[in-house]
Write a protein that binds this ligand. Structure first.
Ligand code: HEC
Length: 705
């Protein structure tokens, strides 16, 4: 805390007699945790770099990671050392001033996946780094990068620990660092999003021993709160799962309250097996960090049918309401709404209207009859129901075709999935995404980047032959398995959807060894989950199908163990023109500053450009972006994240672009800010690959020369 804030705090104590409510962390000049600190505000009081000199930033050092590809990682810096994780999940420690590698840890278990960073814990000389590879949470010695043998099983705790037996073979990993509270590490997890997903229970482990300390059932069991919001015994149904916190959590260290944004229940788009509002799916959940007991929750989507996972940790901020300071928690969402609550009580700072939602006509489905919409702040991203035929992109050449698609799709707010197209805007990837929002913690100003990409959502009836008791001679076992597990992303024809990042598998035999494919099926890669639950035999059949070397077996896949649903999702398809650009009018990516005291937007600007389109200097279109901003006390808003591969500095008060520079590869990650030896650094992971951008392998540090 700087002198100014200390003074304000003392005044605060004098005037409000309620103690100093201003600060959740005393160290806004460091970056020792994911997104800057436990309040996840991406906020810094460092002041060497300012709005006047930001244009003089230069690359101070570059660390070349030994592997390349998408990195979503936000580094941390402790005692002069930067810690992070490469695209292929190797953990590293670098000299924070020079970028020189101090150690590199490579695990034997997995070579692919997503990792947004590490968690750090210390007690005297015992200093530990925690991160996840495959299904294992690892504890490394921060000094030398070696596994700590006394933690779990030789340095590893399997994240299946404490889950029911039926989940023991199911896919589970963690893509976001755990939250440290005292001697606990509380773990977010990523699981499958289809029928057959593992449950997303929240679990706290002892940082020293790896022992499981507490569990909170996100899919309630008999006698637990929310049990009645599901069909009876839903927690035992192997066709129901997830409700996981993949995005990470925020922690109020003063009160010990943990704020957990939860994802949807699985399967994502068809809820016939999970009738009801499905607590604690799509909730912001407040628990006591000590023991995992319940404090309050708010559900932002009832019975989710749109994959509206809460995509980022909330921001812990102070807002002023009726002249009083309130410790608040703000949650950004994929649907472009921001919710603001009193941290202690869960009371909303603005009225929330429960509005009537459309009825589903899909057999078996029962969309929930209402959904919550905050009266303020107004959404920070456009919504589908606002679009008319005039909203077809002016850059498109096939306008008539696009107009037809736009007008014939269901654009109602909360339009439930159907066999006709629903136009989803904001799309599957927001609105807000995993980068989350930055905030001025003391005055309640939020800064959020968003996508304005429209996507289609369409369901189709499962092939009859895929239902139990109906083995089909025309469709091979391998094809059946493919159709159930893989086709939603890679297409029924195996050709993928390049524009959505789903690779073509039709020629995989020419490109990759079978061993590589098996590894990916087991562990997943990037946005692809792993499928360890597919039996060895079925995996062999699947690979043979992909390689076109199927033996003509009279058997079909072991359908008794394959989760069954009447309707399936047809794939993640963006609404694009014939050149592959977004088919709706710009902006396609935005940055918005929102005053959470009043609920008013302060400014909104486009974020990013589209090379090749006219007037990008003066009238940029904005572009798709992932990875959040940093905000500084002295007026800077710094963000990479864009498909155009730039790093930008804005004036946080006005939204004016101050400076931009091209990165070695696009950075789909939130930067970190720290100071060593009197020099201020901004560090970010540049891995590219996402959105079809060139791959990169650099960790880049900027500073003033
Ligand atoms: C939720 C969407 C999704 C599902 C379901 C899915 N994949 Fe993928 N898959 C992806 C994405 C995205 C990538 C690219 C990952 C990356 O490189 O970051 C990918 C990559 C792959 C690759 C690597 C391709 C290459 O050229 O390197 C293979 C092989 C693959 N998937 C096979 C499968 C199989 C087999 C299944 C079914 C068991 C499956 N996938 C299910 C999304 C999915």
């Amino acid at each position: 805390m700087n002198l100014f804030m200390k003074t304000i705090c003392i005044l605060g104590v004098v005037y409000f007699l309620g103690g100093c409510t201003f600060s959740d962390q005393s160290n806004y000049d460091s970056w020792t945790e994911y997104l800057g600190g436990p309040d996840r505000n991406h906020y810094s009081t460092l002041s060497q770099i300012d709005t006047n000199n930001v244009a003089h930033l230069e690359i101070e050092w570059i660390y070349e990671t030994p592997d390349s590809g998408q990195m979503q990682m936000n580094p941390v810096m402790i005692n002069g050392v930067v810690y992070g994780v490469t695209a292929a999940l190797k953990a590293f420690a670098l000299d924070a001033a020079t970028g020189k590698e101090l150690w590199l840890y490579k695990d034997s278990a997995s070579t692919s996946g997503t990792c947004r960073g590490v968690a750090y814990w210390e007690d005297g000389n015992d200093k530990r780094i925690f991160y996840t590879v495959g299904a294992n949470l690892l504890a490394l010695n921060a000094m030398d990068g070696k596994l700590i043998p006394t933690f779990g099983n030789n340095g590893k705790v399997n994240l299946h620990t404490g889950l029911p037996d039926q989940a023991k073979d199911k896919y589970i990993t963690s893509t976001t660092p755990g939250t440290i509270f005292k001697n606990l590490i509380i773990m977010p997890v990523r699981v499958d999003e289809n029928a057959g997903a593992a449950p997303g229970h929240i679990r706290a482990f002892d940082v020293r021993t790896g022992k499981l300390i507490w569990t909170f059932h996100t899919i309630p069991q008999p006698g637990e709160k929310g049990y009645e919001t599901w069909p009876k015994e839903a927690y035992k149904n192997i066709n129901v799962g997830a409700v996981n916190n993949w995005a990470g959590m925020a922690l109020d260290k003063k009160t010990g309250i943990l704020f957990i944004p939860l994802g949807s229940a699985a399967p994502d788009f068809y809820g016939a097996n999970r009738k009801g509002p499905n607590l604690f799916a799509n909730c912001l959940l407040a628990l006591n960090a000590d023991d995992g007991t319940y404090k309050w929750h708010f559900q932002m989507i009832h019975h989710d049918l749109w994959d509206r996972d809460l995509p980022a940790p909330p921001n812990l901020i102070v807002v002023t309401k009726n002249g009083k300071h309130v410790d608040a928690v703000a949650q950004v969402t994929k649907q472009g709404y921001v919710y603001v609550f009193d941290r202690k009580t869960g009371e909303s700072m603005f009225p929330i209207n429960e509005i009537a939602a459309p009825v589903s006509s899909l057999p078996g489905e029962q969309a929930w009859s209402s959904q919550p919409v905050p009266s303020l702040p107004k959404p920070f991203a456009r919504e589908a129901f606002l679009l008319t035929e005039n909203d077809v992109s002016p850059f498109a050449t096939n306008k008539e075709e696009l107009k037809h698609l736009l007008t014939s799709s269901d654009k109602r707010l909360f339009a439930p999935p159907d066999t006709n197209n629903v136009l989803l805007l904001p799309g599957y990837d927001g609105g807000a995404e995993y980068g989350g929002a930055a905030a001025d913690p003391f005055n309640g100003i939020l800064y959020v980047n968003a996508n304005e990409m429209a996507w289609f959502l369409r369901m189709e009836r499962h092939n009859e032959s895929l239902h139990p008791g109906k083995p089909n001679q025309q469709i091979s076992a391998g094809e059946q398995i493919y159709s159930i597990y893989c086709s939603s992303c890679h297409g029924e024809d195996k050709r993928g959807i390049a524009s959505s990042g789903y690779p073509d598998l039709s020629n995989i035999a020419q490109k990759q060894a079978q061993q590589y494919v098996l590894q990916i099926i087991n562990n997943g890669k990037g946005m692809m989950p792993g499928f360890p639950n597919i039996t060895k035999e079925d995996k062999r059949r699947l690979v043979e199908y992909l390689y076109g070397v199927e033996k003509k077996e009279a058997v079909s896949a072991d359908l008794s163990i394959i989760p069954q649903d009447l309707y399936k999702f047809t794939g993640y398809t963006k609404f694009l023109d014939e050149k592959g650009l977004p088919a709706i009018t710009p902006p396609w990516g935005t940055l918005t500053s929102i005053d959470l005291n009043t609920g008013k937007h302060i400014w909104q600007t486009t974020l990013g450009i589209t090379p090749g389109l006219p007037n990008q200097e003066t009238n940029p279109t904005g572009c798709e972006n992932y990875g959040g901003p940093i905000v500084t006390e002295n007026g800077l808003l710094l963000i990479a994240g864009t498909k155009d591969g730039m790093f930008r500095a804005f004036n946080k008060y006005t939204g004016k672009l101050l400076w931009q520079t091209k990165l070695p590869a696009a950075s789909f990650a939130t930067p970190a800010m720290y100071s060593v030896n009197g020099k201020q650094y901004i560090v970010m992971a540049c891995g590219g690959e996402k959105l079809g951008t060139p791959k990169g392998n650099t960790i880049v540090a900027f500073a003033l020369k």
